[in-house]
Write a protein that binds this ligand. Sequence first.
Ligand code: SF4
Length: 350
Amino acid sequence: MEFDELLITWYLREKRDLPWRNTSDPYRIWLSEIILQQTRVEQGLPYYLRFLNSFPRIGILAKADEEEVLKLWQGLGYYSRARNLHHTAKYVYHELKGVFPKSYGELRRLKGVGPYTAAAIASFAYGLPHAVIDGNVSRVLSRLFDLEAPVNSTQGKKQLEYLSERCLSKDKPDLYNQAIMELGALVCTPKNPRCTTCPVNEKCMALQAGTIEERPVKLKKSKPKKRRIDYAVIEAEDYFIMRKRQENDIWQGLYDFASVEDQEEVTEESILKLVQNTFPELRIESIDTRPEKTYTHILSHRRIEANFWRLKVDGVAEERVPYRKVEKDAIDQFAVPRLIHRFLDESCII
Ligand code: SF4
């Protein structure tokens, strides 16, 4: 049997039953693919079901508030995916009369849709012959062909593109794409691949060469830079003062608190100054002498270290953009970054 036939036969026998595999609706496939970017299936599945429940059609998602979309996304990280999702829903609904694009080239023009996602939608929804390349596929191909070039180098990427198109089943591209990704997820795993039960082990060059442990080769990423944030958690009798994060920075559209950044020496005095300058109408009743602990949060290119200084205030704060008063019992309705959620949770605020 040819490679693609072996793979598809195995897939049809062993595949996991996942809801987005039982549909050819481009909206549902697109939704699942955006959620699954940088997210494991087990983590993404409940989000997919919740999104579909709240927004069963693209028009309903297009008409939703961005805050509602971000709130539903909370906990998944990489929030630009949620903003792009909403943007694309509005674009398809208003500009394309609700009809999803049908070709790879048109799909690529949608915000948040890169080569992988366009190939996935084109093949799963329309049966078009475009090969997907994600982390699982890179690993499988790198081992099958015993590739020495790093998979994240220009040369390695070119090799993967060439090989993925060459291996693709031209009459069943949808099943083939699903199958090779499933093989990477279930059999050709990063550690301890199950080569003895692998349906394509007889064709695997790394298995023959004894180089599986060394494949895929990857160029080392540079260390994430540190970013220190000292938050002022301003608490009045029945509200907190929160800030809606603005454009051109992480967590755009989510809520956190007033802050000072990247200062090595942050003291009680600097936090007091921040609050007095921002809200001169408030009287500060008490402030932490130092934060209880430092919270660490890793993003793809940043390591965030955050301290939370709690202050009790008296008086009525004026709402100045980007700040707003958030009633204490409504705080859990606001979309916040995971870091802020951890703080609110551990401090018994939510
Ligand atoms: Fe991966 Fe092993 Fe199969 Fe090769 S034989 S493709 S290394 S699981």
